[in-house]
Design a protein around this ligand. Structure first.
Ligand SMILES: Nc1ncnc2c1ncn2[C@@H]1O[C@H](COP(=O)(O)OP(=O)(O)OP(=O)(O)O)[C@@H](O)[C@H]1O
Ligand SMILES: [Mg+2]
Length: 424
């Protein structure tokens, strides 16, 4: 499909010479979201000048199930954003998630044999290569390798070893892998829409860029993004991602539970959830009823609001307990000082924060996109965290994302070999 050229759209926003346009494309299972932002060097705030949103009918569980539908939905979202911003879109930072993503830790060790045993960027490349030399089934590929910490000889906990001296360099890395076919199909869809991929970034890491602050990442925090098909988590400590996981349950499962429990059509169940849903059955009186004929043509019976809340609470509690199990795997259950920050469309249900606080036994808050100006009202929503975060990610790390939380570019001039190796 060829997109209509945005060159014909007037540029509504006057772009200054030192401003750069970045575009985020969040490919979700329920919605495709595009945001166009203007960035300026040395300025963290991104000026949002265009937003496009379209339903997602060709993507299920983070996998393309219908290329034509997916291409047409992505095209619609891109065209909306082009029209609003007056900027033609050529390159995009792509966010995605899905249960096909798996994560694990790996270690790499190398000997340092350069002059004076000083560690160079090449050594860091080599040790990361050693960490990624894990055997994966042929249908999986490494999407991202994140160095958690380096050790030189017996000194542990080093964030950036270049320039230090030692004879043995070790890295502890977190690896995110995905299904090869899913990634190729996603790339194929984008190719057909006529845009180039600047980088593909897992959704939870993108969200973390905008909803978490530096202090939370230093202290220890878990980001929880409840999407339609999956719930993504990323745990940060000392400024770095130490763990991430994808839990294959999301808002869609809540809707399915309601459809089954209330014997209502899926569309009706979704409307019930959005209009009357809550995670707090204790706040709902036993006598309140919902007359389905008011929101549906096919369903005409009435259902108890309390029953709706009970069904919703049960599924959300399950989701948060699964998050708790993930935290227990890394010894952080109830142990993160900055607690949990919630984002994604699924956390917009009333009571999500209270239920998460009780289930996780942690301080919990809602995460909204930060450091933005311009058309803020369109994206000031937890479900836009991933798209806004993609822009922040692109602005901060350029084409070669590192996930250590300090500014390499400023420190070392430009992104070169080492940083490129961080991207698979
Ligand atoms: N106000 C609301 N109350 C309850 N649930 C909501 C609300 N708004 C959206 N949702 C739910 O959020 C989910 C969609 O979230 P989101 O837009 O983050 O998902 P996605 O990015 O399309 O999917 P995924 O990330 O799983 O691929 C849906 O299940 C939807 O029912
Ligand atoms: Mg999503």
């Amino acid at each position: 499909m060829i997109r209509s050229s945005a060159k014909t759209f007037p540029a509504f926003f006057h772009k200054m010479a030192n401003q750069k346009t970045l575009v985020a494309l969040d490919v979700g299972s329920s919605k495709i979201r595009t945001i166009v932002g203007l960035t300026q060097e040395k300025k963290n705030i991104i000026n949002i000048i265009g937003v496009g949103i379209s339903p997602s009918n060709g993507i299920r569980k983070g996998m393309v199930t219908d290329i034509d539908e997916a291409v047409s939905n992505i095209t619609a979202a891109l065209e909306d954003a082009e029209r609003m911003s007056g900027e033609p879109i050529h390159r995009v930072f792509v966010g995605f998630s899905g249960p096909h993503i798996e994560t694990f830790d790996s270690k790499g060790v190398i000997a340092i044999n350069g002059a004076n045993s000083e560690i160079t960027e090449d050594d860091v490349d080599r040790v990361l290569d050693a960490a990624r030399a894990v055997s994966l089934p042929s249908n999986r590929e490494i999407l991202r390798i994140i160095p958690k910490s380096f050790s030189i000889d017996s000194q542990h906990g080093i964030k950036y070893p270049v320039g230090m001296t030692g004879i043995r360099l070790e890295v502890e890395a977190h690896i995110i892998a995905g299904q090869t076919a899913s990634m190729r199909n996603l790339e194929k869809c984008l190719y057909e829409t006529g845009v180039d991929i600047q980088e593909i970034i897992p959704s939870s890491l993108a969200c973390a860029e905008t909803v978490l602050d530096k202090k939370q990442k230093e202290l220890g925090v878990v980001l929880i993004e409840v999407g339609a098909c999956s719930t993504n988590i990323a745990v940060f400590e000392e400024g770095t991602v130490i763990y991430s996981a994808v839990i294959p349950v999301g808002g869609e499962h809540v809707t399915n539970d309601l459809a089954i429990g209330l014997r209502a059509a899926i569309d009706t169940a979704e409307k019930i959830k959005i209009e009357y849903g809550t995670c707090l059955p204790n706040d709902v009186s036993d006598r309140e009823e919902i007359d389905l004929s008011k929101i549906s043509k096919s369903d005409t019976h009435s259902v108890s609001k309390k029953q709706v809340a009970n069904i919703i609470e049960a599924r959300y509690h399950e989701i948060f307990m699964m998050v708790r199990d993930e935290l227990a795997k890394i010894g952080r259950d109830g142990m993160l000082p900055a607690g949990a920050v919630l984002c994604g469309g699924g956390v917009k249900i009333p009571g999500a924060v209270d239920l998460a606080r009780a289930s996780l036994q942690l301080p919990v808050q809602l995460g909204f996109p930060n450091d933005i100006e311009g058309i803020v009202d369109r994206v000031d929503d937890p479900s836009f965290a991933s798209a806004v975060g993609l822009l922040q990610f692109g602005h901060k790390y350029g084409n070669a994302g590192s996930l250590l939380d300090f500014d390499f570019k400023k420190m070392f001039g430009s992104f070169s070999g080492f940083f490129r190796k961080l991207i698979p």
